[in-house]
Design a protein around this ligand. Structure first.
Ligand code: SF4
Length: 164
């Protein structure tokens, strides 16, 4: 059975930096859940970061640059958490490899999970086009990454690939 990787916060788990969730109410996700297709991950928590934690953003750059060692992920208090974000991305990739996952639905705007847009590093709520670290690493390895506004598209991608 083809599985799909989903950001834990989108599944209602209280793993966000502020201790909250970002639960989506979606029939497709509920069907995936009942079919046993969902693999949940919060890259930041899997990497050992606490709940709650300082908000973090990629400083005027994107996940691809972080992967290349050309940019950093910085907490609002100035702490460099790039290593944690890279570790979380690696854990998410390991799950994809373990379960042969080629479709993911990750939370938009996050410096880990954002796939189309992320916060711009100013901690002012401004976003810019770009990917977070986990989304960038998964795409580098051929995983089709969608956000919570693209669940129907993710389902199409899953249907196109699934063999059951
Ligand atoms: S967006 Fe990603 S890293 Fe952030 S809380 Fe949700 S699952 Fe965790």
């Amino acid at each position: 059975m083809r599985k799909v990787l989903i950001s834990a916060c989108l599944l209602g788990k209280k793993v966000r930096y502020d201790g909250g969730a970002l639960a989506v109410a979606d029939q497709i996700v509920e069907r995936w859940r009942s079919e046993g297709r969902i693999v949940s991950v919060c890259p930041e928590v899997e990497a050992g970061m606490s709940i709650p934690r300082q908000p973090a953003e990629i400083f005027i750059s994107n996940g691809q640059s972080v992967l290349k060692g050309e940019a950093d992920v910085i907490e609002k208090n100035g702490t460099n958490v790039t290593t944690d974000f890279l570790a979380g991305a690696s854990i998410a990739l390991d799950l994809c490899l373990k379960f042969n996952i080629t479709v993911a639905v990750l939370a938009e705007f996050s410096p880990s999970c954002g796939s189309s847009a992320i916060y711009d590093g100013s901690f002012s709520g401004k976003t810019m086009p770009g990917m977070g670290v986990t989304a960038a690493l998964l795409r580098q390895h051929g995983v089709h990454v969608f956000n919570q506004y693209e669940i129907a598209e993710a389902n199409q991608a899953l249907l196109a690939k699934r063999g059951d």
